[in-house]
Write a protein that binds this ligand. Sequence first.
Ligand code: PLP
Length: 450
Amino acid sequence: MEYNHDELAKKDKAYFWHPFTQMADWEKEDPLIIVTGEGSYLIDDRGRKFIDGFSSLWVNLHGHRVAEIDKAIKDQLGRIAHTTALGFSNAPAIELAAKLVAVTPPGLDKVFYSDSGSEAVEIALKMALQYWQHKGEPRHKFLSFVNAYHGDTVGAVSLGGVELFHAAYKPLLFDVLRAPAPYCYRCPLGKEYPGCKLACLKETERILEENKGSVAAIIVEPMVQGAAGMLTQPSGFLKGLRELADRHNSLLVADEVATGFGRTGKLFACEHEGVVPDIMTLAKGLTGGYLPLAATLVSQKIYDAFLGDYAANKTFFHGHSYTGNPLGCAAALASLGLLGEQGFLDGVEQRVKFMADRLHKCGKLARVGEVRQCGMMVGVELVADKRTKQEYNLAEKMGARVCYKAREKWIITRPLGNVVVLMPPLNIPLDVLEELLDGLKWAIEETTRE
Ligand SMILES: *Cc1c(COP(=O)(O)O)cnc(C)c1O
């Protein structure tokens, strides 16, 4: 199919308001319009081929146009695209629920569907709150972390700790208890590694003590705070939180929206610490990056608390028009099939090691403060001064400039402030991965040269 780029670009600017985008800047630029995909590549309307260096915003697992997932969706389309889960059921949603319970850590027993990670988090919030009501112990506070990101709906933003995203919406948000999370490179409590982790856990414990009996749940992004800039947590932090939650009788919610489905090298990040949360949220990679689908998994204990006579008002009053969408569930089943194939995670491990090797060189660059990696999730933090860790002024848009420069090497990625993100599909061929790592290093050197 032929595309008229100028026509499309004009229409885009006339009608399309893009997410997280300053549209005044956008209107001045020539937009990149992706029309096809092929494995780890994205191809634009002018036939230019780019490496998808950020898995199309962290969702893609197996590359684009994967035969097995394409087929699963087409087959499902030949039956039915959508039917409601309110009062009815459908085969792919049933099969997927069983499969998710089987592959997640034992102790997560029931699956509640929605359409995005933000919604999965809202559902976790409402379930946790209502759970304690049903238990006759009205705990109503939530504890989340500095620099956390849990989505963009109002409840999820309330939990989030990224100040920039909050400012405008303050009047809409509810208060949460906020504990420090390890960012060892810039420890929020001024401790050097490994004191940072212990200090954060200690402060979390102090907050729990201070709010004894009123904390419904602790919510955390396990192993790595993604949107904050790929802030990796030292081992023991997540386990420490599990222990604190147990000691204080609070629920632990693991937001695995970004980390789930092999991204950290294990199927779920919680596995790194042998932790079983009471609630787990899943989205992004759930359908292999094909369709919007999310899930909130809970333990039997939580589910059981909602059982009773209808008149007892214990029902979970929540649902969406597309809850349990059969097409999305069919895609997810196919994606999970691929993840479960013999040797798949070994392949990921091989890439993780390859990346670690190459990134070591990247870390030596004059303007790179720290390279953080958790499996296939990588953040390269750029600094104005390596010795003092002086940050670049955000207005300089260094991260964005590096990503823009990388396009000259046919690489697409998106920064998080001064952090350049690298998160390729889990099955990216090694030679393409090499090209991606070399290209990114080049873009950093070129952009940060004085
Ligand atoms: C992306 C993300 C979300 C939000 O998911 P959406 O599908 O964008 O609503 C929630 N939590 C974490 C940890 C995320 O990375």
